[in-house]
Design a protein around this ligand. Structure first.
Ligand code: TYM
Length: 332
């Protein structure tokens, strides 16, 4: 079985629809066909300031949401990044292989540090993508299921894997991104020119999966579309409508062409009302299941302990091989 690996940050509150459709949904599907490793990346989260109690709670909350979304610890290895110390260790090695200019070209860093101000941005934020490289290479992943915004980080991973292999001999699998065309980039409901994200300019454009379903329905019904009335999938000319069609299609398993036909001659109102309903049907059980997992933190923690043990077995082997190839003297 080919191997996949991916990660998600333990954000405050809840995952959003972009996280789910862009990544987590694929994780759930891939655990059936692949040897799958999925983690909550708490070490990445601390590249910006975090309140300790909140970080701990958000890490459990992230795990609960992943389980609610359908990850099954019997079918995949689910763990918390900081439980596997090899991530930080290989991260250092990768830092020593990455050019300063190369890291400086990472667009997510440029965006995030511009928002925070250059003085507030940490060195950790700067080397964030390099830790991500280590995450992926530790597991010899063949594919990495992510959203479009992570493509550049996977490119960096490929470059560093090839560089290391070229210099020290075949050590790492060179991974490919696994990004779906239809859902690789979910857009903000109020501004379909930008991707949906926690840092949206207005909360009305952001669908948090754990929000009150009524509030979510309202956001969908007031989504920004355009001034003509034709329901047609055309991301260039009709980004708002196309975003809604893409979300609708994925959540219901209906082809976009069928949706276009279904709504032919009807206004945007009908499409939005129906999609609002589809969304409510999706988020309502998701919320309930998440809460059930959260209510039982002991089970959650013991499942994470097993996940970390499975992950470590793989990660430790790769790290040992890496140290050896580079000539680090083994401890007797
Ligand atoms: P994070 O936590 O920001 O996001 C988790 C996943 O959600 C995807 N995503 C989206 N997809 C479609 N449309 C959107 N609007 C949207 N917003 C977010 C992201 O692409 C991501 O797949 N750096 C990673 C975490 C990470 C990782 C890794 C991923 C750390 N190590 C190793 C893969 C492999 C991140 O920030 O994800």
């Amino acid at each position: 079985r080919p191997r996949v690996l991916s990660g998600i940050q333990p954000t405050a509150g809840s995952f959003h629809l972009g996280n789910y459709l862009g990544a987590v949904r694929q994780w759930v599907a891939l655990q059936e066909s692949h040897d799958a490793f999925y983690m909550v990346v708490d070490l990445h989260a601390i590249t910006v300031p975090q309140d300790p109690a909140e970080l701990r709670a958000n890490t459990r909350l992230a795990v609960a949401q992943l389980l609610a979304a359908g990850l099954d610890p019997e079918r995949c290895t689910l763990f918390v990044q900081s439980h596997v110390p090899e991530h930080a260790q290989l991260g250092w090695i990768m830092n020593c292989l990455t050019g300063f200019g190369e890291a400086s070209r990472m667009t997510q860093f440029k965006d995030k540090s511009a928002k925070q101000g250059a003085d507030r941005a940490t060195v950790g934020l700067f080397t964030y993508p390099v830790l991500q490289v280590a995450d992926i290479l530790l597991y010899q992943a063949d594919q990495v299921p992510v959203g479009e915004d992570q493509r550049q980080h996977i490119e960096l991973t490929r470059d560093l894997a090839e560089r290391f292999n070229g210099r020290y001999g075949q050590t790492f699998t060179v991974p490919a991104p696994y990004i779906l065309k239809e859902t690789g980039k979910i857009f903000d409901l109020q501004d379909p020119a930008v991707k949906m994200s926690k840092s949206a300019s207005t909360p009305k454009g952001l669908v948090n999966l754990l929000d009150d379903p009524k509030a979510t329905a309202k956001k969908v019904r007031s989504a920004v579309t355009d001034t003509d009335t034709v329901i047609r999938f055309d991301p260039e000319k009709k980004p708002g409508v196309s975003n809604l069609l893409g979300i609708y299609s994925t959540l219901t398993g209906t082809a976009v062409a069928d949706l276009e036909q279904k709504y032919e001659g009807q206004g945007y109102g009908a499409l939005k009302t129906d999609l609002a309903e589809v969304m409510v049907e999706f988020v309502t059980p998701f919320r309930t299941r998440t809460q059930e997992y959260l209510d039982d933190p002991e089970t959650l923690d013991s499942l994470l302990a097993k996940g970390a043990e499975k992950a470590r077995a793989v990660a430790a082997e790769t790290l040992a091989q890496t140290y050896d190839r580079m000539g680090l003297l083994p401890a007797k």
